[in-house]
Design a protein. Sequence first.
Length: 358
Amino acid sequence: MAVPTDAELVQAQADLWKHSLCYLTPMALRCAVQLGIPTALHRLGGTASLPDLMAALSLPQSKTAYLGRLLRLLVTTGVLGGAAGSSSSSSTAAVYRLVPLSYLLVEGVRIDGEASQRAVVLAATSRHYLEAALGLADWFRKDVQLPGAEVPAPFEDVHGARLFEESMADLDPESDKVFHEALAAHDHMGIGLILREGRALFEGLRSLTDCCGGDGTTARAVVKAYPHLKIHPRRGDDGSVNYVAGDLFHSIPPAQAVMLKLVLHFWSDEDCIKILAQCKKAIPSRNEGGKVIIIDIVVDPSEPMLETQLLMDVGMMVCARGRQRDENDWSTIFTKAGFSDYKIVKKLGARGIIEVYP
Ligand SMILES: C[S@@+](CC[C@H](N)C(=O)[O-])C[C@H]1O[C@@H](n2cnc3c(N)ncnc32)[C@H](O)[C@@H]1O
């Protein structure tokens, strides 16, 4: 390549600073969650000045200017809204406000029926996640000797434990609890939207198996929205839904449709093919309305959310053994699992809803 021009060098240097330091954006976000800034703003009516926030957070006066600098970065990166002087670090007239992103981090407020996303921030910015990411280069250099053997994630190499398994609980029970809270918050967010936007998915159905349904929250929401639906996990006489864990590699309760919501991204391609083959055994033919409903990220280079999708993919590579897939990846595993066709029926933010037909 030609030697960069002066203008290109100035830009490249600024870009390099940005790319080397932009880990401070999630660190500032973590600090905001730990200090309780979104919750304080909410209690103050959604907007507040720097002195109001200092008082509400009970921070020492000596830190006023420092908080102003943190808030300025949070406004610039879109975590908070700002008005009247919020680009200054010390303006007492500056006003900071909640925006949808920071509203997700308010304690005690249920959004679309579900809990705040604070645990997601605390898990994703935890020492364990960051140390795993710092181990990436060593991990790349390490060969896996056994052909076909699953490749342990950097998280496992660095910590000697697997996320969401007993080994993690043994290593650090407190962090394990945060990781499980984060998983639940991540999984539950958006169920209401899926049920509203995906009416056509469920309306004609007689029965559904919610495969790997976590704590049963999704199944309960589906039953509430579509009371006619016979659903596994089973509904008790009192209307409650009992989540019964089965092994998705061995038997999936039969139903007209099987739903895999935020499940397959956690598994390798080989495992996804095995899981989908079990799903196929559990459903009737396409003519009889058999289908698998998959809710997961569909990586799409034409999407404005591509960078988020790729961060979710590399995040998965660092911490677990799964991956995020583009349409071609999905199509390949559907064919290998013996399905004849599929349709991406809806895109909801970074995620998509796919119907797969036997
Ligand atoms: C990502 S969570 C569930 C997400 C859930 N579908 C939702 O949208 O809320 C994955 C779930 O799969 C369960 N799981 C993991 N391995 C499994 C297996 N072999 N058979 C059945 N369930 C499994 C875990 O216990 C966990 O509850």
